[in-house]
Design a protein. Structure first.
Lengths: 169, 324
């Protein structure tokens, strides 16, 4: 089973990386979005591998089913050309900065994982939804509520911004 | 390792069975739909091919397969052909966790309900990709409508499903079925009548069926998101639509109508599940040929002003009653 898990891990990693490359490199916004969706599906696969199917399905339901569809809608509203507005090649400097921005967090995380390995179990244990809910409303009650406050602020902020623009007309 | 191989074999058999089941359902329901439509409109419907036109869908399928695959000019070819595949593939997975009988379950997942909801949300994405990549104004309009519609109708659907899972405390479709065993009084339709009605309406919105078929709207958008698709590109969308209908009706009969349990004790079996699913499907066809299409603002008003508050109220009421 361990070999199978490793194969699955590498397949999901390839899906995630492939999706990332498509998302960053394609000239058309919609193709980039498809790359992003591929990455999200790959991450859902990783959740499955970690024996958290609930998180995996929620990832698919919320990110693939709802968030990416909303991004798509935003792309359509901006009337992006199918050829892409930024289809031309960028200057070399942009690529260097992009690469640096990618490598820096990867290097820090990699160094941390290699030097201070986390004590982990060989086979992940499935966390039931009851445990998850108990954790969210028990020991992690304050962060959970704070996140909802942040979402509230973001939502009312979005409403406020569009309100002002409408008033100026 | 042998247990793993055994599981794999069961999964393969289940996947093949799901494909066959989907194919049969598409054939049967295309025929039934045309026949029902005919009789509702006082005409016989298809009559020439085979007895009472029974071979018509088979011949239509062959005709579809024989046609040329065309990609429109300036269309994004990769996304254009990805869309029908993305629409079709999840459907096969959706049949796996549905308990059609006491032993007739493809894969007993303890998060089966969530699996179905998660993978059925791929359809909205496929419709969007199809509409956008065909480089056609009708397609784009159909896709834009599909987005606002499926995203909107998913919310009340999720809320009523949540209300049912509040009562059961599980997301496994098999366990939900078993809680309704015994007699007709144990079915959840009596405990959650409002949720059942909301689910029925949201089901039409989610599957893009008339009177909520604004993503395709023949009279205004020719065919909406699949205007440009020929041959099996269109065929896949068509089969996926029937597949989603069958899945939604099966989930509805599991959640509210007791799944494979009969109305009185001692006669449980897959035939009840089949009867309930087909009754709901007939209801969907009946509604399609009875009511005219709603306007788009009406469609969204029904959702945001009626279904969503009602579903929220239903959820709060369920939680309150469970706590007391």
């Amino acid at each position: 089973m361990e070999v199978l898990a490793k194969i699955a891990f590498s397949v999901y990693t390839l899906i995630i990386l492939g999706g990332c490359v498509v998302a960053v490199s394609s000239s058309s916004l919609v193709r980039a979005l498809v790359g992003l969706i591929t990455t999200l599906i790959g991450v859902a696969g990783m959740y499955l591998l970690l024996a958290t199917p609930f998180m995996a399905f929620m990832q698919l339901l919320i990110y693939v089913g709802a968030v990416s569809v909303l991004i798509f809608f935003a792309v359509m509203l901006t009337r992006a050309e199918q050829g892409g507005d930024e289809a031309g090649s960028a200057p070399m400097k942009t690529y260097v900065f992009g690469l640096a921005a990618t490598i820096a967090p990867a290097a820090i995380l990699g160094w941390l994982v290699l030097t201070r390995p986390v004590a982990s179990v060989a086979v992940p244990v499935e966390v039931t939804i009851k445990q998850l809910g108990g954790g969210l409303l028990g020991s992690y009650f304050l962060p959970f509520e704070l996140i909802s406050v942040i979402l509230m602020v973001a939502m009312s902020g979005a409403v406020l911004l569009t309100w002002e623009k409408r008033g100026k007309k | 390792m042998s247990a793993f191989v055994q599981q794999l074999l069961v999964l393969i058999v289940a996947a093949v069975a799901a494909m066959i089941w989907l194919g049969i359902n598409a054939l049967v329901w295309v025929y039934c739909e045309r026949k029902f439509a005919g009789h509702i409109q006082r005409r016989p419907g298809p009559f020439e091919v085979g007895p009472h036109g029974a071979l018509q869908p088979l011949i239509d399928g062959l005709k579809l397969m024989g046609k040329q695959l065309l990609t429109p000019d300036n269309a994004d070819a990769i996304l254009y052909w990805l869309a029908p595949i993305l629409s079709m593939l999840p459907v096969l997975l959706l049949f796996l966790p549905i308990p059609y009988g006491p032993v007739l379950t493809g894969m007993d997942v303890n998060l089966g309900l969530l699996l179905i909801l998660a993978f059925s949300s791929f359809n909205g994405l496929a419709v969007l990709l199809a509409g956008w990549s065909s480089n056609n104004k009708w397609g784009l309009l159909g896709a834009a409508r599909a987005v606002s519609q499926t995203v909107a109708y998913e919310i009340p659907l999720l809320l009523v499903v949540l209300a049912v899972t509040f009562m059961t405390g599980t997301l496994s479709l098999t366990e939900i079925t078993n809680m309704q065993a015994g007699h007709i009084g144990n079915w959840f339709i009596w405990k959650q009548p409002l949720a059942f009605l909301i689910f029925l309406v949201a089901m039409f919105g989610e599957t893009n069926r008339a009177p909520f078929d604004l993503a395709e709207a023949e009279s205004e958008l020719t065919a909406g998101f699949h205007t440009e698709y020929s041959s099996m590109g269109f065929g896949l969308f068509f089969m996926a639509e029937y597949g989603y209908m069958v899945v939604m009706c099966s989930v509805c009969s599991v959640l509210f109508l007791g799944g494979y349990h009969g109305p009185f004790p001692g006669v449980d079996g897959w035939w009840w599940m089949l009867l309930k699913t087909f009754a709901l499907l007939s209801f969907m066809v009946w509604v399609r040929w009875t009511y005219p299409r709603v306007r788009f603002d009406q469609l969204l008003n029904i959702n945001w002003k009626w279904l969503l508050p009602l579903a929220t109220f239903n959820l709060l009421a369920t939680a309150l009653i469970l706590k007391l």
